[in-house]
Design a binder for this molecule. Structure first.
Ligand code: A3P
Length: 307
């Protein structure tokens, strides 16, 4: 089946989730060709839940001893997160191709993806590679997605669809990689079943205490911070380097474009806050969203901070 995405372009349903054609082709191809290694790290998020941030944090943690990441020409200062940690499906297997010859030779390799848990390549599930997942409260996630789609429509000279219509599509679960609740619950349940493989973060928690989560992620990835690193303030340096204010103002993020898409890097940095949804939701929309959250997440023990 086919429907409209938030920016008005067509999306298609496959194994219960919705995709733009290029992303669906990437998913199918990566499932066919991608061979995960036990040492791989996969950064997975639902759209607009802090992908750009989590990629930067993961890269900084994993690469801190290999690269001069705290120098003025650090890759974290000169490259966009999506170039540092490319999307597995989109960057390596576009248009149903097998482009794995271009695949990263770093060790460990770090990939990003938005593929739902149930559709992940088998080799990711069956190997000992690790997954870090981040979700976000559905109110802010929805606003962020809507604003991002509005910018895309503007850049592509397409008439954006109305806020009300976009909200309707969201509530029906019709949005890229959606329904969002299926995505989040898929990883939530898998993380409870296999906590050594999947570390589950919430945007709001990471925002509230970034150092704590950076430390936790390093432990999970098997590269804990030493006492010397801790006393030298390495965790705090990583937090600062990857902070919204720092990343937003980098030249590459002010003027660069996301490779292969033409999307401005600046579109990935809007407010970077928790609770901004209150500026946009009407009381009846809030009521409907709350009901949706209650209905979809009840019994899961998963809760969200809305402010
Ligand atoms: P807002 O639109 O609410 O500002 P993604 O990276 O998954 O596309 O998500 C984008 C959202 O994460 C945007 O949210 C963006 O501003 C926010 N974001 C980007 N970089 C961030 C950072 N370093 N710290 C916190 N939030 C960040």
């Amino acid at each position: 089946p086919r429907d409209k995405s938030f920016d008005g372009s067509s999306i298609y349903q496959y194994e219960g989730a919705w995709y733009r054609p290029v992303l669906l082709a990437g998913l199918i191809s990566s499932r066919k060709h991608f061979q995960a290694k036990d040492s791989d790290v996969i950064v997975i998020t639902f759209l607009k839940s802090g992908t750009t941030w989590l990629k930067a944090l993961t890269y900084a943690i994993v690469s801190r001893s290999h690269h001069a990441i705290f120098d003025s020409n650090s890759p974290l200062l000169t490259k966009n997160s999506h170039d540092l940690v490319p999307f597995l499906d989109f960057a390596y297997y576009p248009n149903n191709n097998n482009s794995s010859e271009h695949i990263s030779t770093d060790d460990p390799r770090i990939f990003g993806t938005h593929i739902p848990y149930s559709s992940l390549p088998d080799s990711i599930k069956n190997s000992d590679c690790r997954i870090v997942y981040m979700c976000r409260n559905p109110f802010d996630q929805f606003i962020s997605h809507w604003k991002f789609s509005e910018n895309l429509a503007q850049e592509q000279n397409v008439q954006p669809i109305s806020f009300e219509e976009v909200f309707e599509l969201f509530c029906k679960g019709i949005h890229s990689f959606g329904p969002s609740w299926e995505h989040v619950l898929g990883y939530w349940k898998a993380s409870l079943e296999n906590p050594h493989k999947i570390l589950f973060f919430k945007y709001e928690d990471v925002k509230e205490d970034t150092s704590f989560h950076v430390n936790k992620l390093a432990d999970f990835l098997g590269c804990p911070f030493s006492d010397v690193e801790k006393s030298r303030g390495v965790i705090e340096e990583i937090v600062k380097l990857c902070s919204f204010d720092n990343m937003k103002d980098l030249e590459v993020n002010k003027t660069g474009r996301f490779r292969g898409t033409g999307i401005k890097n600046s579109n990935f940095f809007r407010k970077g806050k928790v609770g901004g949804w209150t500026d946009y939701f009407t009381p009846s929309m809030s009521e409907r969203m709350n009901k949706l959250i209650e209905e979809k997440f009840s019994g899961s023990d998963l809760t969200f901070k809305m402010s």
